[in-house]
Design a binder for this molecule. Structure first.
Ligand SMILES: Cc1ncc(COP(=O)(O)OP(=O)(O)O)c(N)n1
Ligand SMILES: Cc1nc(C(=O)O)sc1CCOP(=O)(O)O
Ligand SMILES: [Mg+2]
Length: 533
């Protein structure tokens, strides 16, 4: 009587299903391997993926392979049990031992399997951490290497010293603990945490892709998932495999209060960002048990998640706060045809949503007085108020936001001055600037210059191409600007913009209300472009 694991029993049943599916009367060895690979989280699948094999490719090859009829299943069980006793001191054998027994059951099948990467020697070496190449399977099932096999150029059959194709060089660099219990305990945490981190990253990616419609953030999360997979490949597979005991994990049935409550997609994103950070912290700490390199790699991934969190969380709040803001005016007193308070009142009546005080030469005391006045007037007009260049002034006059150019203070430093609730806008002149602003935690961006401007001289015009690229790239509120007026706003909207910032078109207009109304109607007339600014 053999002591098998439930996974082995499922594989035996699954082999018969595969035989039927492939229209084969006798049960063949390949059917057992196919059944073992049905469980993607199971040891055989993890083992093959770890050595760099594609499960789909292996399945495809097995499905067309004319493999020999299987011996009585008890013979396979005996071989697997003997291997398990020899290497694990346990007569209850698991699916990986059964896989070895099946692969080694027939010399022809063994060679054929080795040809597509499933070499018994290679798999056994990983499962046993043994540097030698000779199989320790019982002689009845472990055929001696034929001359042909010995000369094979299959990297898994080559001697370890000449092995140049090791799919995971990082594994060899990993320190093996002398105490197997400690190794297994740490590996169980890593195995579970990698799975949790991967799942959380997938949820986050779906949020960025489908809820935010943000190509750049989606790519960022995808890169992070790949980073996680690369770190996971650095762990010794034999340890992860031995640690995979989900059924015995006491935590799988425990649920926390609130686990089923999510009030919005943004809430789902926040919860999963936290889950990702927690899993990475756990990975980092237990990863250190296997060597400092792994700990450092995981730490770097955790910091990337903090950056992403800032972009996703601040970005969501900004999107909400600026959801209806489409028309933004840069005010310079000397450029206005009349007083600032009149200009603000009239322009707000015409639909201006945000006013920026842009005074480049005013002495500080005068600037602060002016800013406090503008704060009052914009509040009365029901518009947002942003001050250009000066986070200190923004804080003193209680502005809603501050705007920073590429040569102004960094978002990080400005945030320390203005605190978390104040909007920070960033001027961008290229897609690279735009991506950096998103990751820096900007609340909105300026996209320009689009056309030559009467307000400021420029040497370079990223123009409508940049407006188009920006609208395809990010979902943060973005205001196209530079030389925009009623004559060309249609082109800007056609390029994907749904928000613009102007100065002279409104400040220098005799009738700022009318000028604002024309621009606003151009912005609202066109149906919003999918993913538009
Ligand atoms: C909304 C908006 N976008 C861009 C700018 C330009 O900022 P910056 O490049 O710092 O140039 P100055 O305006 O400071 O000369 C802006 N002010 N507002
Ligand atoms: C100050 C400024 N910065 C720009 C940028 O692209 O960064 S465009 C610009 C001038 C905007 O004024 P007008 O609408 O009169 O051209
Ligand atoms: Mg500036």
């Amino acid at each position: 009587m053999h002591q098998t694991s439930p996974g082995v029993e499922r594989a035996v049943e699954g082999a018969r299903v595969w035989a039927d599916r492939l229209g084969s009367a006798p049960l063949r060895l390949a059917h057992f391997v196919l059944a073992l690979l049905d469980e993607e989280e199971g040891r055989p699948a993890v083992l093959l993926e770890h050595i760099g094999l594609s499960l789909t490719d292996v399945r495809d090859q097995l499905a067309v392979l004319e493999s020999p009829p299987a011996p009585p299943v008890t013979a396979l069980f005996t071989a697997a049990r003997d291997w398990s006793i020899a290497h694990r001191h346990d007569p209850e054998f698991l699916t990986d031992a059964f896989l070895l027994a099946v692969l080694a059951a027939d010399p022809g099948f063994r060679t054929a399997a080795a040809a597509f990467g499933c070499s018994v020697e290679r798999l056994e070496r990983i499962l046993t951490k043994r540097p030698d190449r000779d199989s320790s399977l019982p002689p009845t099932l472990a055929p001696v290497l034929t001359e042909a096999e010995g000369k094979s150029d299959d990297p898994f059959l080559a001697s370890p010293r000449s092995e140049t194709h090791a799919p995971n060089p990082g594994v060899d660099a990993i320190f093996h603990l002398p105490d197997p219990t400690a190794e297994i305990d740490a590996a169980r945490v890593l195995d579970a945490s990698f799975n949790r981190a991967r799942e959380a990253a997938r949820v986050l990616e779906d949020y960025c892709r489908f809820a935010l419609d943000d190509r750049f953030l989606t790519e960022q999360v995808k890169e992070l998932r790949h980073g996680l997979a690369a770190a996971a490949r650095k762990l010794p597979a034999h340890v992860l495999l031995a640690a995979r005991e989900t059924l015995r994990d006491v935590g799988t049935t425990a649920t926390a209060a609130g686990e089923y409550q999510r009030v919005s997609p943004a809430h789902v994103a926040v919860v999963n960002l936290k889950r990702l950070q927690e899993s990475l912290r756990s990975l980092e700490e237990f990863g250190k048990v296997f060597g400092p390199e792994l700990g450092r790699e995981l730490e770097a991934l955790r910091y990337r998640v903090y950056t992403l969190e800032r972009a996703v969380v601040f970005g969501s709040a900004s999107r909400e706060r600026l959801a209806t803001a489409q028309l933004y005016v840069l005010l310079t007193r000397a450029h206005c045809v009349a007083s600032l308070d009149w200009t603000i009142r009239e322009a707000a009546r015409g639909g201006v949503d945000v006013f920026q005080l842009r005074e480049k030469t005013m002495p500080d005391r005068e600037l602060l007085d002016c800013a406090r006045d503008v704060r009052r007037w914009t509040r009365e007009a029901g518009a947002l108020f942003v001050i250009n260049d000066r986070p200190d002034m923004a804080r003193l006059c209680e502005a809603d936001g501050v705007h920073l150019g590429q040569d102004d203070m960094s978002v990080k430093d400005a945030r320390r001055i203005v605190g978390p609730g104040v909007l920070i806008g960033v001027s961008t002149h290229s897609v690279e600037h735009l991506r950096a602003a998103v990751l820096d935690g900007a609340d909105y961006v300026g996209i320009g210059p689009t056309f030559p401007s009467q307000t400021k001289a420029f040497d370079h015009f990223p123009g409508l191409d940049f407006v188009r690229a920006a609208s395809a790239e990010c979902s943060l509120p973005a205001f196209a600007l530079g030389g925009i007026g009623s004559a060309n706003v249609g082109q800007v909207v056609a390029a994907g913009a749904r928000r613009i910032a102007v100065s002279s078109a409104i400040c220098a207009a005799d009738d700022p209300e009318h000028a604002a109304r024309l621009l606003k109607s151009a912005l609202t007339r066109e149906p919003p472009v999918p993913g538009g600014l």
